[in-house]
Design a protein around this ligand. Sequence first.
Ligand code: ZN
Length: 75
Amino acid sequence: MEHLPCEKILLADSLGIKLQYCKKCEVVELELGAITIRLSPDSIQRIANIMMKGSLKLDKVNQHVQSHTEPQFLH
Ligand SMILES: [Zn+2]
């Protein structure tokens, strides 16, 4: 089988986090700074869901600890 060069499509890019899709490899790459995680396209929906659930839960947990703080992003 011929090895074709990667054809990456940028899906999302925010705060140094990039999500790219390679049509040739059929792989989604999640770039977190120096770390790149390769995922199957059908698993990113599940990962997005679990991140969303976790994020909402974390908000609730933090609301009990500190009530009036602005949400902060880690750099
Ligand atoms: Zn590729």
